[in-house]
Design a binder for this molecule. Structure first.
Ligand code: PGA
Length: 253
């Protein structure tokens, strides 16, 4: 299966700075079929970035969307508005779950909206530090998945990407070791298989995210069950991000 590297820029870089970063990346990244590289800038950067984007090298993603296609919802952006502009949408990032009280019920509706509009969701799941210390990592992630996927068909899940992002590893520099994440990655595959049948979602891709850097990318990319990486902080640094993309391209050889 091909690898996927996604850069989540979060609430960083205005349109001008975004275009500068994308140009820098485009100068240095060579396209390779086996690795899809997705850039997820803030909403207002999507149009200017799309105008200069080399589509052989990068695809665009949004960081969130509303579950309705249109309506009286001040300040929101719908998946139907994103159609034609992006190919991917991050759903259920822990920063949205924690800071905006997004629960699994809402996330399920957002995933349905993404599927209905023909886009691919990058669904984020993961446990917090307290839950990990209480040995609840697998349970938390399985519960999240079971609720989040409740409105999706097997063919929707075929297009889905699930990013396992332990909260204690996000933006902390405290990345999870391959041994720590192995049981959760296996549980993600097992849960989807149980819900949709063996081979029922053969296109599903599973990513790791949380303090990914050029230095640790290779270890995750070589790990069984991991099809790529969701990169936060390091995706804002051209050198680091290019290093991660190159590690993924090399891992395919
Ligand atoms: P980080 O963020 O790479 O800065 O830890 C990852 C994410 O939040 O997706």
């Amino acid at each position: 299966m091909s690898k996927l590297i996604a850069g989540n820029w979060k609430m960083n870089l205005g349109p001008k700075e975004a275009v500068t970063l994308v140009k820098k990346l485009q100068d240095r990244v060579l396209p390779k079929k086996s690795v899809e590289v997705v850039l997820c800038p803030p909403f207002l950067d999507l149009v200017p970035v799309k105008e200069i984007l080399d589509r052989q090298k990068f695809k665009l993603g949004a960081q969130n969307c509303h579950y309705l296609d249109e309506g009286a919802v001040t300040g929101e952006v719908s998946a139907s508005m994103l159609r034609g502009l992006v190919s991917y949408v991050i759903i259920g990032h822990s920063e949205r779950r924690v800071q905006f009280n997004e629960d699994d019920k809402l996330i399920a509706k957002k995933l349905a909206a993404v599927a209905r509009n023909g886009l691919r969701a990058i669904l984020c799941v993961g446990e917090n530090l307290h839950q990990r210390q209480s040995r609840l990592s697998v349970k938390v992630v399985v519960d999240q998945l079971t609720a989040d996927l409740s409105l999706l068909t097997a063919s929707d899940v075929d297009d889905l990407i699930i990013a396992y992002e332990p909260l204690w590893a996000i933006g902390t520099g405290e990345f999870a070791t391959p041994e720590q994440i192995e049981p959760v990655i296996s549980a993600i595959h097992r849960t989807v298989e149980e819900l949709y049948g063996e081979g029922g979602a053969s296109g599903l891709q599973v990513l790791y995210g949380g303090s990914v850097k050029e230095d640790n990318a290779k270890a995750y990319l070589n790990q069984e069950g991991i099809d790529g990486l969701l990169v936060g902080g390091a995706s804002l640094n051209a050198e680091e991000f290019i290093g991660i993309v190159k590690a993924a391209q090399a891992a395919q050889v």
